[in-house]
Write a protein that binds this ligand. Structure first.
Ligand code: PGA
Length: 240
């Protein structure tokens, strides 16, 4: 695990977007794993700018997102599909035919999880997986638990996650369940980039980087990945 501390979120977004853009230039058919939440938004802005400046095309990339809430339609503005459309896909030439998402349709969860794993394998695995980290150490929606998960699964969200994310739900109650890629799916990515900013992440960052590898802090598993790079600002790195 490599840890890089930068001055602020803008500097991080420049560094991370460059890595992704260079990968896509080298391999236009790259398979990219994306994350939602506040952490990657600046990076997505830099990717949109590069696309608009004619520096890169995303038309041949295949994408997989980490997670989706149960019970939300894609068109629901609270869904993560909508978030990605709004913050990246719809503002670039990403081909929606190549966008893969866990479905919010609860009746289909099990089938959907199985098929998602098969699709990742059929695409040849994920080249770069982008991650944020929850204040409780979660990655994707892999909440603290007794064991590390492998493939995609349905998860009951913890109170800490509900407290962190409820603010984004204006017109309805936040769902209590989500589908998420498992830890195995994340760890099989060839390269992993995690972004954490702000003091509220300092404790989780400390446990991820300096703590023991334990499913009670799911992000700690990244210590075992051969190419995981952690981008921090000074506030999130303050306990290291
Ligand atoms: P955030 O969420 O980027 O909105 O802080 C990260 C996460 O919960 O994984």
């Amino acid at each position: 695990m490599e840890v890089i501390v930068m001055d602020n979120a803008f500097e991080i977004s420049k560094a991370v977007s460059s890595i992704i853009i260079d990968e896509v230039k080298k391999n236009p058919k790259a398979v990219l794993g994306f994350a939602t939440g506040a952490s990657p938004v600046e990076t997505y802005k830099r990717m949109i700018e590069a696309y608009k400046d004619g520096k890169v095309s995303f038309k041949d990339v295949t994408t997989f997102n980490l997670d989706e809430y149960c019970g939300l339609e894609r068109e629901d503005e609270n869904s993560y599909f909508y978030f990605m459309k709004d913050n990246l896909f719809g503002k670039t030439d990403v081909d929606f035919e190549k966008v893969n998402f866990l479905s919010g349709d609860e009746a289909q969860s099990e089938k959907n999880c199985r098929e998602y794993e098969e699709k990742i394998a059929a695409a040849g695995g994920i080249d770069i997986q982008l991650l944020g980290i929850g204040t409780n150490g979660h990655i994707g929606f892999n909440e603290p638990s007794e064991s590390f998960s492998d493939g995609p699964f349905k998860v009951k969200l913890t109170q800490s996650t509900i407290d962190s994310n409820s603010k984004y739900f204006k017109d309805k109650k936040m769902p209590g369940y989500a589908l998420t890629m498992g830890i195995g799916d994340i760890m099989r990515a060839k390269k992993i980039i995690l972004i954490a900013t702000g003091e509220s992440k300092a404790n989780a960052v400390f446990k991820m980087v300096k703590g023991e590898v334990t499913p009670s802090c799911p992000a700690s598993v990244l210590q075992n990945h051969g190419d995981a790079v952690i981008y921090l600002d000074k506030e999130s790195a303050k306990l290291l």
